[in-house]
Design a protein around this ligand. Structure first.
Ligand code: OSB
Ligand code: MG
Length: 373
């Protein structure tokens, strides 16, 4: 698989409903798509970096310039026998995992198309139906949130996760639990608390949550271990897990009992598989996180979720929860049982709507052999 060129493009897509976390609210997404051109086949990848460096230090502008000046030049002109080899070519660049993942995943996509194999099979997946949950952001009122929970449950979703922060936590969980005592419920703090709030966090135990995601600092493992010893509720780490070594450290120190895998956060499919394997070997269940992806990233999340140790419903949900019109065909649909059926078609099983992408594109740049740094 010779990589002839890499195309970067930014598309803009308004969200159907705003999304708010402990670090802020967004109404529209700026999405960086990467296309790799390899001798007649192309592969598509999505960079999940956000509009601002709030979830992680990466954001769309750092991703764009790192891809343009370093990562694309590191792979263009090279011939690979398998997509995972690209990780080694890009390893000289420190960090910038979301940018790296966009290229590596585009190459996996190309490899699957070239081999005429489903991407999920190439990744080593087994499951044919993946279980879906939803992540519901902070709303303007608790009533608005309860309405959302009600409609997502009616749609069949198997796990409800709500975003929490100081002032929007116990009151919210109390209202949800009193109305739906038996549902699988979890919460995600996106690092909104500190160790000064252990007593407050202990009050979450009464809601019998499946997990509390990333209560403390985004870069911490050690203090989560201290907190986990004081909670009954399982901690799930998201932001803190950058690679398999972090997962191993978190498991060894008992900083969490569940791990959220986001392929962008860990730098691509090959590292995501390693994180998966470390957790599996230690009997720690994982689930697939989401980053408000367009259909490209969403289809990759579906493929990843077919690996065996994805044992809990992920934040992988229907296209229509996010977009009026998604950039893939068919759109991602979720059954009334809260599952997505995994396609047997080669590649992701979803067709890229290039015409629509072209209309949504606000900038585009191609890095080809000899185009220089
Ligand atoms: O922490 O999981 C998170 C969205 C943006 C940044 C961080 C997170 C999220 C979500 C959304 O929870 C999940 C989804 O794609 O629906
Ligand atoms: Mg999270």
């Amino acid at each position: 698989m010779k990589i002839e060129s890499v195309t970067l493009r930014e598309i803009q897509m308004p969200l159907v409903h705003f999304f708010e976390t402990s670090f802020g609210r967004i109404y529209s997404r700026r999405i960086l798509l990467v296309t790799v051109h390899c001798e007649g086949v192309c592969g598509w990848g999505e960079c999940v970096a956000g509009e601002d460096p709030y979830y992680s230090s990466e954001w769309i502008e750092t991703a764009w310039s790192t891809l343009k000046h370093h990562l694309a030049p590191a792979v263009v002109g090279r011939a690979l026998t398998a997509a995972h080899e690209s990780a080694g070519l890009m390893a000289r660049v420190r960090g910038h995992r979301m940018a790296k993942a966009a290229i590596e995943n585009a190459l996996w996509d190309a490899e699957a198309r070239q081999r005429q194999q489903p991407l999920w099979k190439l990744l080593g997946g087994t499951t044919r139906q993946i279980e879906c949950g939803v992540s519901i952001g902070i709303q303007d009122s608790i009533e608005q949130l309860l309405d959302k929970v009600e409609s997502e449950l009616a749609a069949g979703y198997r796990r409800i996760k709500v975003k929490v922060k100081p002032g929007w936590d116990l009151n919210v969980l109390e209202r949800i639990r009193s109305r739906w005592p038996g549902i699988l419920l979890s919460c995600d703090a996106n690092s909104a608390y500190t160790l000064d709030e252990v007593e407050h966090l202990r009050k979450f135990d009464r809601f019998k949550l499946l997990m509390i995601e990333q209560p403390l600092w985004n870069d911490d493992i050690y203090y989560h271990a201290r907190l986990q010893r004081q909670l009954q509720t399982a901690i799930c780490l998201d932001e803190s897990i950058r690679h398999a070594r972090d997962a191993a450290a978190a498991v060894e120190t008992k900083a969490c009992r569940i791990v959220n895998i986001k392929v962008g956060r860990v730098g691509g499919f090959s590292e995501a598989r390693k994180v998966h394997d470390v957790c599996q070997d230690n009997n720690v269940p994982v689930w697939c996180g989401g980053m408000l992806e367009s259909g490209v990233g969403r289809s990759h999340n579906i493929a990843l979720s077919t690996l065996q140790n994805f044992r809990l419903p992920g934040d992988v949900s229907a296209s229509k929860r996010y977009w009026k019109e998604d950039i893939i065909e068919p759109e991602v649909e979720v059954s009334a049982q809260g599952t997505i059926a995994v396609s047997d078609e080669p590649g992701t099983g979803y067709r890229i709507r290039e015409d629509l992408i072209e209309r949504l594109t606000v900038r585009k740049e191609t890095i080809a052999a000899g185009s220089g740094k």
